[in-house]
Design a protein around this ligand. Structure first.
Ligand code: AMP
Ligand code: ZN
Length: 117
C-alpha cells in the first residue's frame, strides 16, 4: 500500500536504520543523507520517510509530504552554503531511476551544465 514500508526497499531500510547512511538532516517526515556515489561536492538525497515509488506518485498520494521534501532540499542547500544547486527527481529507468522510493538529488558545489546529460 502506498506509504507503507517495503521490505525490499533500500531507502525504507535507511529510514528504519537497518542500513547505515550519513544522515545530514531529519524531520518528522523526511530524511536527508549523502549519496554513496557522489556526482558533485555536495550530493545529498532527500527522501520522504513514507514509501512512494517516485516523485509523481508522492505528489499525487501525499502532496504535503512532497512539499516537505522540497522544503528540505532548500534546507540542505542552506546548510551546505550553496548559492546555486540542482534538484533532480529521476523518474523511470530510462532516466536513471534505480531506487523505487521517491528521492530528490541535491547537487551543488561545482559548475552544473545546462542542459544536463
Ligand atoms: P536514482 O538513480 O535516481 O534512483 O538514485 C539512487 C541514488 O542512490 C544513486 O545516486 C546511488 O548512488 C544512491 N545510493 C544507492 N545506495 C545508497 C546507499 N546505501 N546510501 C546512499 N546512497 C545510495
Ligand atoms: Zn521505500
Amino acid at each position: 500500500m502506498a506509504g507503507e514500508p517495503q521490505d525490499d526497499c533500500l531507502f525504507c531500510k535507511i529510514v528504519a536504520g537497518s542500513i547505515p547512511a550519513t544522515i545530514v538532516r531529519e524531520t518528522d517526515t523526511t530524511v536527508a543523507f549523502r549519496d554513496i556515489n557522489p556526482q558533485a561536492p555536495t550530493h545529498v538525497l532527500v527522501i520522504p520517510k513514507a514509501h512512494h515509488r517516485d516523485a509523481a506518485a508522492l505528489a499525487t498520494a501525499a502532496p504535503e509530504l512532497a512539499a516537505d521534501v522540497l522544503r528540505e532540499t532548500q534546507a540542505v542547500a542552506d546548510d551546505e552554503k550553496l548559492e546555486s544547486y540542482r534538484i533532480i527527481f529521476n523518474t523511470g529507468s530510462g532516466a536513471g531511476q534505480t531506487v523505487w522510493h521517491a528521492h530528490a538529488h541535491v547537487l551543488g558545489g561545482r559548475g552544473l551544465e545546462w542542459p544536463p546529460g
